[in-house]
Ligand binder design. Structure first.
Ligand SMILES: [Zn+2]
Length: 124
């Protein structure tokens, strides 16, 4: 349960203190978030191999679809908006939440495949 808080705070999966991202990015300025290569607190390697975050795209896809379906249900069945308004709202939401989804999907990916360091463990 506590992992959810650390995921939302974007903290290191090993020590849960160091930040994963050095900048949050801004979709309006076309700036993507920037990651640290290693944790500043415990030296955990965030980028384990080239293409490590390829799978995070699937996590991002699932997050985006969940958000889109939530907006669709809210707009169509709760508020009662027309289809074109819902479509426009979903497109705007997809752009605005793009950097958030990017960071969240990578953080979830890191937590899914984390290797907790044990004392005496030497990382290559
Ligand atoms: Zn750390």
């Amino acid at each position: 349960m506590a992992d959810i808080l650390y995921i939302l705070k974007e903290k290191c999966p090993n020590c849960e203190k160091g930040d994963i991202f050095e900048s949050k990015g801004n979709p309006f300025l076309f700036r993507m978030p920037k990651m640290h290569r290693r944790c500043h607190n415990c030296d955990y390697n965030f980028i384990r191999e080239p293409g490590y975050f390829f799978g995070a795209m699937y996590v991002s896809y699932a997050l985006t679809i969940a958000e889109m379906v939530a907006v669709l249900i809210l707009g169509k069945f709760v508020i009662g908006l027309g289809n074109i308004y819902i479509f426009v709202i979903i497109m705007i939401m997809a752009v605005v939440s793009s950097t958030f989804n990017f960071r969240l999907s990578r953080t979830i990916w890191l937590y899914m495949f984390r290797k907790k360091k044990t004392p005496g463990h030497i990382e290559v």
